[in-house]
Design a protein around this ligand. Structure first.
Ligand code: PMP
Length: 431
């Protein structure tokens, strides 16, 4: 596989962009390889600068549930760009997308558009703090909520580990009101509420964790979070940046039937353009400026080109509900291929899947939280990843990321992937 041009671009990029990339995991660090530079994408495939093509299971880290460059979405974006790409003034498209989100996501009565998932989370936490008049926020080990200072907290141990920043540049004072707890641990969160319940402004959780690899929630855990936050006057925030419009049209809250107070969204609602949103109960959302005192703004928020891509993407999903069951079936095929190859070649493996999102963990034990996720053999993951890439399968380059299957994945593409999994696992067995 020729990769001379990608390598050349990477060297050039490293001189002028930190690490050569605009988001760290793109640099392929965890698998010790150099990334292909992407030229274009269509349907299930992406094409790199050296003319290689790959079947893509990154899907821009989640947004591309319909596959790349879906004709209707491209058309909507073109048309919107022709009408001017930004006005800094309200538009009908923002009303349309907001209405679609309120119609789809059970707990969302009002919604504010922003430009990324990070921004959505940052704004949601500010709002929760304003609403409750409290400071403390609880997050779970292994959940990622964007790169905002307040939630960039090292996964701590013990129930009441007050936050320690895990990036230089985050003042320790800034995260001292961030409490970390163990995902899916019902006992620990009860202890935390018993200790400091009256100080907790919000609990923020990925209702299906997607950033330690894919880890499904214990439904009792989600229900408990709902009950404890309600009892103690805290706000429950579901970070549905990944799960929104992915695990079902109404997101994880519809899928599991547990409703938060505030929801953060991103990825799919922008159809591949930069968009985020936060929404929720009307009485809470009404506090946001200018209807209330909680300040939050954005020059490009509600951008018409981004709104057009989001509206078209959601329209297609809404009007074709079988997209979900069809896409889930494709992911199920891959889950089976992983399990049968692992069995055949005696590779320790545990696959987690929710709908069209999945992660093969190179460990025999079930993965239900951060501690069990990090038991995975990352060296074996790297070997598998490199083999898959050589065979034309483009995967998230880390054991602790999630594969996304799109509706555009074809029968031929899935078959090729199944074969590649078999070949990669055979190789793992031999080495
Ligand atoms: N929340 C979750 C659950 C995410 O997965 C991500 C990004 N992968 C974010 C927030 C941050 O979104 P963004 O990268 O758009 O800032």
């Amino acid at each position: 596989m020729d990769n001379a041009r990608s390598q050349e671009l990477f060297e050039m990029a490293k001189m002028i962009i930190p690490g050569g990339v605009n988001s760290p995991v793109r640099a392929f660090g965890p698998v010790g390889l150099k990334p292909p530079f992407i030229l274009k994408a269509k349907g299930e495939k992406i094409f790199d600068a050296d003319g290689n093509r790959y079947i893509d299971y990154v899907g821009s880290w989640g947004p591309m549930i319909l596959g790349h460059a879906r004709a209707e979405v491209v058309e909507a974006v073109k048309k919107a760009a022709e009408d001017g790409s930004s006005y800094g003034a309200p538009t009908e498209k923002e009303v349309v997308l907001a209405q679609m989100i309120c119609d789809a996501v059970p707990s969302v009565e009002m919604v504010r558009m922003v430009n990324s998932g990070t921004e959505a989370v940052m704004s949601a936490v500010r709002l929760a703090r304003a609403y409750t008049g409290r400071d403390a926020i609880v997050k779970f080990e292994g959940c990622y909520h964007g790169h905002w200072d307040g939630l960039l907290v090292k996964a701590g141990s013990g129930a009441l580990t007050m936050g320690v920043p895990n990036s230089p540049g985050v003042p320790s004072d800034y995260v001292k009101s961030t409490v970390t707890a163990c995902y899916n641990d019902c006992l620990e969160i009860q202890e935390i509420f018993a200790d400091i319940g009256s100080r907790i402004a919000a609990v923020i959780v990925e209702p299906v964790a997607g950033n330690m690899g894919l880890v499904p929630p214990d439904i009792e855990f989600l229900k408990l979070l709902r009950r404890l936050t309600a009892e103690h006057g805290a706000v429950l925030i579901f970070d549905e940046v990944i799960t929104g419009f992915r695990v079902s049209y109404g997101g994880a809250q519809e899928y599991y039937g547990v409703l938060p107070d505030i929801t953060t969204l991103g990825k799919i609602i922008g159809g591949g353009m930069p968009v985020g949103a936060y929404g929720g109960r009307r009485d809470i959302m009404k506090l946001v400026s200018p209807s209330g005192p909680v300040y939050q703004a954005g020059t490009l928020s509600g951008n018409p080109v981004a709104m057009a891509a989001g509206i078209k993407t959601l329209e297609i999903l809404r009007d074709n509900p079988s997209i979900y069951s069809e896409t889930d079936k494709k992911a199920e095929r891959l889950e089976k291929a992983f399990n049968s190859s692992a069995e055949r070649y005696e590779i320790p493996l545990h696959v987690n899947r929710v709908g069209s999102a999945l992660s093969p963990f190179f460990t025999r034990q079930p993965v239900s939280d951060f501690k069990t996720a990090v038991k995975s053999d990352t060296r074996q993951f790297a070997g598998y990843f490199g083999e898959m890439l050589r065979n034309g399968i483009y995967l998230p380059p880390s054991q602790f990321e999630t594969m996304f299957v799109s509706h555009a994945h074809t029968e031929a593409g899935i078959k090729t992937t199944e074969q590649a999994i078999g070949a990669a696992f055979l190789r793992l067995k031999e080495t």
